[in-house]
Design a protein around this ligand. Structure first.
Ligand code: NIG
Ligand code: FE
Length: 406
């Protein structure tokens, strides 16, 4: 029998499907990177005890599943502080985009950055996720918008995956905005992504999902639909940025195609929620973009609850609408702005975030057989994970059974 690590005297928040609170005096046994057993410390089965080769006393620290950020744009060149300055003068995010700034200005700086520069700046940002209890992160492309630069971004994501102890879920977001080369030809651009880019991305195995920004300043409903249908036919998972600034009906369409998640959703309506319920599409809420764009349209939380749609919470970290480098702040914002309970929020960065990435068979909850992806917190109450503003009580993480102390 392979060696066993015993994490003892822990308080655990399982975050599985029917989880409600924390359990004290628990032991978690890890073997070959996976959760072998967990339960009350006094109940450890005799058959395992002889093979325990390491005991770790947690001293009643709280252990959750490793956190999962299921929506980020962490790789990009430059930043957009000057546009923030314009917004402070009263120009809106959409107006800046329509005037050729916004996402396109990050496209310029990302195209001008080489792989090393993009890797270095993303690595610095990623450190904050590693130090904040995250064991899985999704990162999107979407600031390259041509073959060379979209592949370059995805390559950087692959290098980050290799270098850092965090599970990575890469997403192709070439349909983020229209690049200058396709000005006034959005249909041609979508066709190019389908016919030319996706086959290379699949061949090189550089992305797991395809995403699209369905919005007046992004792509239309029919363009988004065409892209997602084809992406799905290429064997990729699909997701969508939808209903962020207006009700474009993107979430409903994506759910009908079996999307893994629909993200943002400030303007989501009930018929879309019904479609999401049918397809078990996860609602990914992004409170940091809501905050930073000073939105005042809250996603329909009560309806999402009523239809039992799994709700995930993500940082959306990006240079335009969410320049966040303190990922735990997302939890505070989700509870403050969206009035989610701490249980909903914590489930939103664990099990439901895993579902949004179709990784819930592997990670996202403390369950026997799953990877030993754990976050250890120096706190007394679980609520503290939502309560503190700008505090990081993370003591360390286990990623597939390997410990990383902060
Ligand atoms: O999720 N909505 C589109 N994409 C990002 C913003 C990207 C940017 O402004 O650079 C978002 O908010
Ligand atoms: Fe986003």
């Amino acid at each position: 029998m392979n060696k066993i690590i015993a994490i003892e005297n822990a308080r655990i928040a399982r975050c599985d499907a029917d989880w409600q609170g924390q359990l004290d005096n628990y032991t978690i046994l890890i073997q070959s990177g996976k959760i072998l057993w967990f339960g009350e410390s006094l109940q450890v089965p005799q058959k395992y005890i002889a093979n325990i080769h390491q005991r770790v006393d947690m001293n009643h620290k709280i252990i959750t599943p490793g956190f999962i950020d299921c929506h980020t744009h962490l790789v990009y060149g430059g930043h957009r502080a000057s546009e923030y300055g314009q917004r402070l003068q009263g120009i809106s995010y959409a107006e800046i985009a329509q005037n050729g700034g916004g996402i396109l200005s990050t496209v310029k700086s990302t195209r001008a950055s080489d792989v090393q520069t993009l890797f270095d700046s993303a690595s610095l940002r990623l450190q904050h996720w590693l130090k904040s209890g995250f064991t899985t992160i999704e990162i999107k492309s979407g600031y390259g918008l041509d073959k060379k630069n979209e592949l370059k971004m995805l390559q950087v994501i692959a290098y980050l995956d290799k270098k850092f102890p965090i599970r990575m879920s890469p997403t192709l977001l070439a349909a983020h905005t229209l690049p200058p080369e396709f000005k006034n030809r959005p249909d041609d651009y979508i066709n190019w992504i389908i016919d030319d880019l996706i086959p290379d991305v699949v061949r090189l195995n550089l992305a797991k999902s395809v995403d699209v920004f369905c919005e007046k300043i992004g792509f239309s409903l029919s363009q988004s639909k065409k892209l997602l249908e084809n992406a799905r036919a290429s064997g990729l998972q699909i997701k969508i940025h939808a209903e962020q600034l207006s009700d474009s009906k993107g979430a409903k369409m994506a759910a009908e195609l079996g999307a893994q998640s629909a993200d943002h959703l400030e303007y989501l309506d009930e018929s879309a929620i019904k479609a999401m319920q049918k397809s078990q599409t996860v609602a990914v809420l992004l409170p940091v973009a809501y905050y930073f764009l000073r939105e005042n349209h809250v996603p329909p939380i009560e309806l999402l609850r009523q239809y039992q749609i799994p709700i995930a919470i993500a940082s959306d970290s990006n240079p335009g609408s969410a320049p966040i480098t303190s990922p735990l702040l997302t939890l505070n914002m989700a509870s403050t702005f969206f009035k989610l309970t701490h249980v909903e929020v914590i489930k939103g960065v664990t099990l439901n975030a895993a579902k949004a990435l179709k990784l819930d068979h592997l990670t996202g909850s403390i369950e026997i057989g799953k990877e030993a992806d754990l976050a250890i917190w120096d706190i007394n109450d679980l609520e503290e994970l939502c309560y503190w503003i700008g505090n990081n009580p993370c003591y360390g993480r286990y990623v597939s059974g390997e410990f990383f102390k902060n």
